[in-house]
Design a protein around this ligand. Structure first.
Ligand code: TXE
Length: 478
């Protein structure tokens, strides 16, 4: 019998109310782990543990916080290969991508270990004589971390690390498809020198565990990444009780390709941005807006490169694109291709379910020629599917790029400094890329979007301080 992966509540490993199995999307005959599923009562116990631990952690010295985060970062980095293999097995991204993500999570903990020592503040002269004003930041208290499945190490890391660095206690709920990665992170944090209750893990359903975290009056802040529909519910419930909330909900990110672009580079950006990580990235380049003069050439070159991609087992050498994460997600991706056909979009290539030596959720990346009003050009698919839109010229391309309810990331491929600068200023997105894929970001700068892509302060980098702290203005008369 394999070890049951347990929940971590108040410094103890606990069984759940039921158990679940975590699947391997590359090989359905080789499940990843059995794990303990918590219910609402256990989620409440984790919240109470965090409430008890929060004041002590808030007053812990910056050095103590930094040391704990540094220890977690060191272990993540040292074990990147093994953790990457676990991530590839459970989520299906390739080994190369998965090892890089495990390392990224380690680097994020290291970054916030440093930030723990740099809690910002200001001291000013008052408008009144003999009075001084001091503006400081304090932790918000108990933070619920509700995470998605597509980056099971990096996204929890960029939420948990700043929460702890700035003195908050955490209750972490991973997505149901990736409980073993969530457990591995908790296992590392359980050895990092945190007092009991400062960090808690509860695996379980969104409806029970997630909802309990969102509705509890004892939770001061909720940081969520996931679908727009769930995000909207989280926002409503959190707002109803006045909790602080931060949401990241995906995108339909345009990559504009102008006629003056280095076309090979543009094709690289599109290939990497749209299809790597099986297209399961909120920053995926899912709308390719191509100037008419190079449209056909670009599509032909991209199609050729797509034909060379190896779709296969996430852990196999030479695999470029791993499987889709789950049966439901694969069905959803294939249903989108039906919608595309019904709407009149033209399938250039791909889009078939694939058989491989092991039974898994394999799919050939798909390229569509679409028009702006079609749903495949407007809604997030979250799979290896990209839609090409034809633009008459730069102004039209910019208008198409901005014609979306989302605003996470926007990219442009051009050799014109003038166009690149104009696009940087006028793209309605939280992040802009020039001659780069829309996916692939640094961890020391803000991450997040506008419009339907996000709500609340930005994540990552120094901007993270905004969500995880609250300001205090103190006046002192000598
Ligand atoms: O997301 P959910 P799912 C998109 C993508 C995908 C779709 C569904 O299109 O096909 O969302 O994926 C928890 N109260 N993205 O079902 O439901 C849930 O358990 C509190 C885009 O995984 O939004 C999980 O931990 N929590 C995306 C987290 O919320 C609840 C990344 C996200 O789950 C809850 C992932 C509730 N009522 C999916 N219901 C991106 N933006 O990158 C669920 N949860």
């Amino acid at each position: 019998m394999r070890e049951l992966l347990k929940n971590y509540i108040n410094g103890h490993w606990e069984n759940g109310v039921t158990t679940g199995t975590s699947e391997n999307p590359s090989d359905l005959s080789a499940p990843v782990a059995e794990y303990a599923r918590a219910d609402a009562r256990q989620a409440e116990a984790a919240i109470l543990a965090a409430v008890d631990a929060a004041p002590g952690w808030a007053m812990a010295t910056p050095q103590r916080r930094a040391d704990a985060l540094d220890a977690a970062g060191t272990e993540l980095l040292a074990r990147r290969d093994e953790l990457g293999a676990l991530l590839a097995r459970e989520e299906g991204k390739t080994l190369v991508e998965a090892v890089a993500e495990a390392a990224r999570a380690g680097q994020i903990f290291k970054f916030f270990a440093g930030e723990a020592l740099r809690m910002p503040g200001e001291r000013m002269a008052s408008l009144r004589p003999d009075v001084e004003v001091e503006v400081t930041r304090e932790p918000i208290g108990v933070v619920a971390v509700i995470a998605p499945w597509n980056f099971p190490f990096a996204i929890p890391a960029w939420k948990i690390a700043p929460a702890l660095a700035y003195g908050n206690a955490v209750v972490f709920k991973p997505a149901e498809l990736v409980p073993a990665c969530g457990w591995a992170l908790a296992d590392i944090l359980s050895r990092a020198g945190l007092p009991a209750g400062v960090f808690n893990l509860v695996n379980g359903s969104g409806r029970q565990v997630g909802r309990t975290l969102v509705e509890s009056r004892l939770v001061d802040g909720i940081t969520f990444t996931g679908s727009e529909a769930t995000g909207a519910q989280v926002l409503q419930q959190a707002a109803a009780r006045g909790a602080k909330v931060q949401l990241e909900m995906g995108g339909k990110n345009p990559l504009v390709v102008l006629a003056d672009a280095d076309l090979d580079r543009a094709v690289d950006c599109a290939l990497q941005g749209a299809f790597f990580s099986t297209g399961q990235r909120c920053t995926a380049s899912s709308r390719l807006v191509v100037e008419a003069k190079v449209h056909d050439d670009f599509v032909a070159r991209l199609r050729k490169r797509m034909g060379q991609l190896q779709v296969g087992h996430a852990e196999a050498r030479g695999t470029d694109i791993g499987p889709v994460v789950s049966a439901a997600q694969l069905d959803q991706d294939l249903a989108w291709l039906e919608t595309a056909r019904a709407e009149g979009a033209e399938l250039v290539c791909g889009g078939e379910r694939l058989e491989r030596p092991t039974r898994g959720h394999y799919m050939n990346p798909a390229l569509l020629l679409a028009t702006p009003a079609q749903r495949v050009a407007r809604e997030e698919i979250f799979g290896p599917v990209a839609a090409v839109l034809r633009a008459d010229g730069y102004e039209h391309a910019l208008a198409l790029a901005n014609d979306t309810p989302y605003g996470l990331c926007a990219g442009i491929c051009t050799t014109s400094l003038k166009r690149a600068s104009h696009f940087r200023r006028h793209a309605q997105a939280g992040m802009v890329m020039v001659n780069l894929p829309t996916a692939g970001v640094d961890y020391h700068v803000p991450f997040g979007g506008r419009k339907a892509s996000g709500y609340g302060p930005r994540e990552q980098g120094r901007a993270a301080v905004e969500f995880y702290t609250t300001l205090k203005t103190a006046y002192t008369c000598a």
